[in-house]
Design a protein around this ligand. Structure first.
Ligand code: SF4
Ligand code: SF4
Length: 350
């Protein structure tokens, strides 16, 4: 099947081992990190394989464009050191079996937003921001034709992704889109970082939603009324796969008059929403998930955030009640952009 491109020589010469030293969930100094990365490269047991919370962070921490997290997942699968309990893993894998029926293919020959599995959020793709844009989305009968399957990185299951992702790419390309704008950050990470790392061919142009929103807002600049809000941003795990797109968060905020509050858990130090961690089999994971959720929201509160802006629907669902309890409004970035040009947000009441 597909093989990971990984620069072993670079790793063996690497002095910083920043991939593991910067990990927020494991406590390793440089010497320990060097030993563990060697074991991982040699496909030997390392406690990192057992304790990794699958936050994707090390993909960003490596300055050499290597793929330490993809390597960790590869070794977890080969050595059968799996992060989630077997029954949960099997159920999750069976839940999203794609291609049970044929989707109706209509050639689009224009830009599309790929909603992935989030068809219930399609109402967001409306108004001036998305004029002339089509949507492709799973529906309740023809499930998972557009699902990139990258979430199986959390399950130690490259093999599942490799089996399904090329077919998803094939299906999308049949629509003949000029640009595929990814609603879900994880799809963008799949079609760019992941496919490149494994040599999987992508037959369409991929656009990150935040880059699209920023460019569209520039076109609609005359309509923007600064919102004057203080915001925290909840970074999704997959944005570690495409950190260059993370800069669009602040660019959008600046354009629409939103202040990014100064806090501890931002950018490289962002904390994961905790959804995946709470279902993992290592001891104390539920407690850890609750702890980081609490720390994260307290940090936003202390910094004076009025809203918490989201890209990922799973992060949104996981944190929204805790945020509301602290009087912080959860808001999708698209809704925030809608509000800035005087349109009614879909899921947020100003
Ligand atoms: S993955 Fe990157 S940061 Fe980690 S040891 Fe290798 S080269 Fe260094
Ligand atoms: S994925 Fe996250 S928890 Fe796992 S080793 Fe990398 S940085 Fe640490």
């Amino acid at each position: 099947m597909f093989e990971l491109y990984f620069d072993t020589e670079r790793c063996l010469e690497c002095e910083s081992v920043s991939c593991l030293v910067n990990c927020q969930y494991l406590d390793l100094d440089e010497e320990q990190a060097k030993e563990e990365i060697k074991k991982i490269i040699n496909c030997e047991y390392s406690f990192v394989l057992q304790e990794c919370v699958t936050c994707y962070g090390c993909e960003e921490y490596c300055q050499y464009n290597n793929h330490p997290f993809y390597l960790i997942v590869d070794r977890q699968e080969k050595l059968n050191i799996l992060p989630v309990p077997d029954p949960l893993r099997k159920r999750a894998i069976n839940l999203t079996v794609p291609f049970r029926g044929e989707p109706e293919i209509v050639e689009i020959n224009g830009p599309v937003v790929n909603m992935c599995v989030f068809s219930h959020l399609s109402p967001l793709i409306s108004g001036k921001l998305f004029e002339g844009i089509s949507i492709i989305s799973n529906d309740s009968r023809k499930m998972f034709h557009f699902f990139c399957q990258l979430m199986y990185l959390h399950y130690g299951a490259h093999s599942v992704i490799h089996k399904r992702l090329p077919k998803t790419i094939e299906t999308i390309s049949k629509y003949k889109p000029t640009d595929v704008i990814c609603f879900h950050d994880e799809c963008y990470g799949a079609y760019t970082s992941y496919c490149e790392a494994f040599g999987i061919e992508v037959k369409f142009k991929v656009v990150h939603m935040f880059e699209y929103l920023y460019m569209r807002l520039l076109e609609l600049k005359d309509l923007i009324k600064p919102l004057g809000l203080k915001a925290a941003y909840q970074r999704p795990c997959s944005s570690r796969l495409c950190p260059d797109k993370h800069r669009f968060v602040n660019k959008i905020f600046e354009l629409i008059g939103v202040e990014s509050v100064s806090r501890r858990f931002v950018d490289e130090n962002s904390l994961c929403c905790g959804r995946t961690i709470q279902g993992q089999k290592a001891e104390g994971r539920r407690k850890l998930a609750l702890k980081i959720q609490k720390e994260n929201v307290n940090d936003m509160k202390k910094a004076g955030a009025q809203i918490c802006v989201f890209s990922c629907p799973t992060c949104y669902e996981t944190l929204k009640d805790r945020l509301l309890d602290e009087n912080i409004q959860p808001v999708y970035m698209i809704d925030l952009c809608k509000a800035s040009i005087g349109e009614e947000p879909v899921f947020w009441r100003l």
